[in-house]
Each structure stands twice: as structure tokens, then as C-alpha cells.
Design a binder for this molecule. Sequence first.
Ligand code: AGP
Length: 598
Amino acid sequence: MCGIIGAVADSAINPVLEGLGKLEYRGYDSSGISILSNDEIQTIKAEGKLNNLKKRLSMVPLEGDCCIGHTRWATHGRANVTNAHPHQCGQVSVVHNGIIENYLQLKQQLIQWGHHFHSSTDSEVVPHLINHYLSHEMTQEEAIYKTILQLKGSYALGILINGSSNNLYAIKQGSPLVISEGNDGAYIASDAMALGSDSSKIYYPKDNELIKLNTAEVKLCSGSLNKKIHYINNNQCEKVISKENYSTFMEKEIFEQVDLLKALSVKNDISEYAAINFSKLNKITIIACGTSYYAASVAKHWFEKYANIIVEIDIASEYRYRSPIIIDNELVIFVSQSGETADTLAALRYAKSKKSQTLALVNVANSTIAREANYTFEIYAGAEIGVASTKAFTCQLAIFYKMAIEAAKQRSFINDTELKQLTHNFVQLPYIMEKVLQRCTELQKMAEKLSTYSNVIFLGRGALTAIAQEGALKLKEVSYIHAEAYAAGELKHGPIALLDEHMPVLVIAPKNDLTDKLVSNIQEVQARNAPLFIIGDSSIKQQINLQEDEFFELPEIPESILPIISVIPMQLLALYTAQLLGKNVDQPRNLAKSVTVE
Ligand code: AGP
């Protein structure tokens, strides 16, 4: 979603531009900055990539010690310069992440007061309201408070006001915001990763705490009181993340999975998860969005099969709107790579309001979801830069797998030999994964054929239905090929009507109890002349006539770890197909890395 950065420092534009560069990976469509320069606010904006903004800035060199910047992910109004942030009204300039739900009402009121609007955004009402109250003899703080009292929705705001002193304000409700203070200046950002080396101490403001930053000090304003800020260490400070020798971050992150899983299996200690009393649980509910939801879907199979726990899964954006029944001794798990997804956060707050025990599974340790849940487990995937999630997915699965083993142990549902086998499989996992990755060129060939189609149907069975869904999501996210996934048995209940020579079907068909059933499904596909692609066991190849570039053989894989291995060919296929079609795989169109609006 939108990225925010602000600095009060000498040549404040430098850390702001640097920060905007670090926010690029989140996905955006335009950018802009406002700087207090020679006692006036100057705003420069550009459509498209940050380079366009930098080109414009090179023509108007700006100096000043108070600056805000923004990368926009359009919600209200097209992606163009007018709608790009910052939005300015008089002596007030504002950058916003979130959604002002009642902006139309506020805009009407402001128009009646004589204000003129330029953009179609919801955000523009904010500088107008602040400016309005400033012109009615209010102090800067009073004008901001009066404004936010009228805002409905979510926001993180960076506000620059040109007055007797140069001040930068920051305030949030529901959206992420971080403040930092270093030797060279003070900063605000929507993501700790955007902060520079001068930001080893950070503070996460609470909702509606107003922070005032100027060259003299950083204050937490609360009425007439100015409270001290208690900073914590910034563990994301200045980690330089490069693509190394890979063509894209997505490729690097796919190949990194072997080492990450080796590290997780060496750290093969499940005692961390013993903090949860699984034997007392009556039910687990797992809530997430997108890829994280598919991880939840696989986890459901593991918890049910190995620990005999009832597991319900739900999409975060639906959970709190469907009157979920929360029972005694229920654990509600929230899965989120970023830890900032607005829907997941809202669902977590809902579950907490119902007094549920909550657990967060996140990749970003200081994220809002991590801070608000009762328990937090990290997935240790390292920063994921590619917008399409890959390594975070397999690390989420790995942690769920370990939790399921701990749950199985506590509930004594499976015997010691079976428990040992599950642990042994986990240790084998990265080595089997490595073998699959070594054969990536075979998937490049398959991608050449797949990239000639406009639609693809993915099929799987059991826990691998979620992997088929994840494969379809990956393909559509990065290649823009339309892809849908089904449990293979569902094909004949409707989607089969779509099959003809233009509708390829990709089946995940490893060797397991369901292989024979899958072969029947595959034959139904062949009978309709639909092109077939199979990621599966060698026995399938003997039964179904396929060309080299239509079949990828899965090695023998223990059933329990099949989902974690079989997603690898899906990720590679999506990557190669998108690259063949010339797409920007790290920053696909319209997508944001961290979805901080509902
Ligand atoms: C994955 O490739 C997606 N970009 C998206 O579905 C993502 O998984 C979803 O938005 C949830 O994000 P989170 O894990 O950060 O909460």
C-alpha cells in the first residue's frame, strides 16, 4: 500500500528519497515529496516509478530541513500526478496511507466553506481541514486534533506545517507508522525497513498519539503535556538487501528456501511451541489472506491428521463479518508475512474483543499483528522483497509443521515411531527441495509452453488443493495469465464445461493414497482435448501420454512434507512464465506487498 517517509534533518530530502527507494518493493503507482524550503512548502510529484520523481527533482534542486515523501497505491482516483501525494492546502501538506471513509461528506462541507479540490482522492480533505482550523485561530496541534476527530476510517499521516517554526507531525489510526530519532535527525515512516542507518531507535505510536518533530526535539503531544518517548531497538535497521546474482528478488527468494529450511530444521526444537497448551484446546481457528491463507489451509490438514484437533480456517476479510462462533479453549491463529495486513489485523482485534486466545505467525517481529497478539511466533524467512510471496509461504508451512508435531506430542494422538518419522521427514525436506530446484531448467521448458495460453486450471487433492490454489495465485500475480484452482474431484461438478484445446489443466499428482483417483480425473481432462501439464509421480507418465515439456517428475517425497516440496515447481513455473512474457515479477501491476487498507 502507500508508503510514507518524513525527515527533520539537514538536507532532509536525502533521507526521504533514500527511504522512498526502500519502499519501492511494496508496489506503487506514483510518488511525491513536500519540503519546507525558504519558508514555503514546495511539492513535486510524478506518475510511475521513483526515477520519474528524481528526474523532476534534478531540475528543481530543493534544500530544507523538513520533508515528507510518499509512494501511492491508488485507492480513490486514477494513478496520475494530480492524485499523487503529498496533498497541499495553504501552509499544510499531507501524506496519507489508509482510507478516509467519510471523505465525501467532509469534502461537501469544505466546498461549502469555499475550498477548492484538485484530486479525486479521499486524502485531500485532510490538509484542507487542518488549514481551515488554522485559519480559525487554532494552534497547529489543535487543528490536527480537531481534524482527526472528524475522520472515519484508517490513516497514518505525515503532516508538514509552515509556521513560526518548521514542524513535521505524525499521527495514525489503524495504519502502520514508526518514529525514529538518531544523531543526524528525526524520522517517520510507514515501515521500519525504510529508515536509514541513523535510526537504531524506534517508537511505534499508539492510535491517535500525536508526534511533533522539529530540529530541536521530538515530542509526544498529549493535550498540554509533552510526554517522553520510550524507544526500542530497530532490528530492521540498514540491512542491505541485494538480488545477489539472481535476475529478480523473486528468483533469489525461491532459491533461498533450501537454506532457510535447513536453518529451521537444524533449529529443530519444538519447545518454543510448547508455550501453547494444545492438549487443552477444543478448536483452532486460523485466519489469513492470500498466500498466508493457503498456508493455513495446509496447516488444517496437519493439525487434524496428526493431532486430532478441530481446525476451522477463514479469510480475514470475511471472519469478523460472519458472526463466528468462538468456543471455550479455542486458539485463534493469525498468519501474516508482513504482520500489517489490515483485514487480518481487524480480525485479530475482533477475536481479542471476544476474549479469544490469539497467536500471530509473522515474518516481521515488530509488526502491529505481532505486537497485538497474545503469543507471537516468527517464521524466520528474512525480509521478503518480491511482492509475490514465496519463501514466506514455505517458512509459514515449516512453522505450522513444527507446531503440529508439538500438538501431536501433547495430545498423544500418534505414537512415538510416527512422531519420529514426522521429525525425520522435516530434516530431509531441504535436501529433497534442493534436488527439485536443481532441475529448474525442466520447468523453464514447461513455462515456454504454458506462456502461450491465456487461461490455466490447476488441480490438486487433499492438502495439495491448497498448493494448486497457491500455484494459480502465483501464476496470475506475476504473469497476468488467468488461473483458477480446484480440488480435482470438483472438476466434473462445473469447471469441466470450460475444457477444450485452449484451456490447459495443470495437475499436482504425487505418489500417495489419492494417485489413482487423480489418474481418473486426468483422464477426464484428456478426453476433452484439454492440454495437460503434470507435476507428479513417474507412474503417471507411464499411464498418460505426455511430452517432455508437459511433465515434471516429483521425486519420492514423504506424504507429510509433500505440500512444502510441491509448491516449488509452482513458484518456478510462475516466475519463468512471467519472465518469458516480459513482466516485472518483483513489482507486479496493481499489487502491494503489505495490504494496509481493508
Ligand atoms: C502473495 O503472493 C500475495 N502478494 C498476497 O496474497 C499476500 O499473501 C496477502 O496479501 C497476505 O499478506 P500477509 O501475509 O502479509 O498478511
